[in-house]
Write a new protein. Structure first.
Length: 148
């Protein structure tokens, strides 16, 4: 009897996730998942959290802008690959390389900022928290049939 109830609940939770306005509801759920995982992995004190989260949010905002531009460029290349000129393709690839450098520079810059507000062992756990978040998000998507 427990299995059918579990299946029904799983089905409805997946349908609810699919039925929500895709961007905002899913962004909010993903954000909550990320905050929960980071909070758990980093085990931040209230004083650390007060300093860390504004920095992290700033970092994510800047990284999102870079990632969005990369997506635009990849889409442009893929959409017009057969007809794009060599010159235009080279220009887009050069911009992608510049964006990759910006990502690296941003990571290094925020590594330095994080070291000022967190102990180095917690800074070292940021990457682990991000990997755990990505894994959990992928599993959540797969569980609702979205990541296949």
């Amino acid at each position: 009897m427990k299995t059918p109830i579990f299946l029904v609940l799983t089905f409805f939770s997946c349908m609810a996730a699919i039925a929500q306005p895709p961007m905002e509801a899913n962004k909010e759920a993903a954000r909550s998942l990320k905050v929960g995982i980071y909070t758990n992995v980093l085990n931040l004190t209230p004083a650390e959290a007060e300093k860390f989260w504004p920095l992290f949010n700033e970092f994510e905002s800047k990284m999102d802008k870079i990632k969005n531009r990369e997506f635009e460029i990849r889409s442009k290349i893929e959409g017009a690959f057969a007809t794009i000129s060599d010159e235009e393709l080279e220009k887009l690839i050069d911009e992608m390389m510049d964006l990759q450098k910006q990502e690296t520079d941003l990571l290094v810059s925020y590594y330095e900022k994080y070291k000022k507000v967190l102990p180095i062992k917690k800074v070292a756990l940021i990457h682990r928290a991000e990997m755990m978040y990505k894994r959990a998000l992928l599993e959540k998507m797969r569980g609702c049939g979205l990541g296949r």
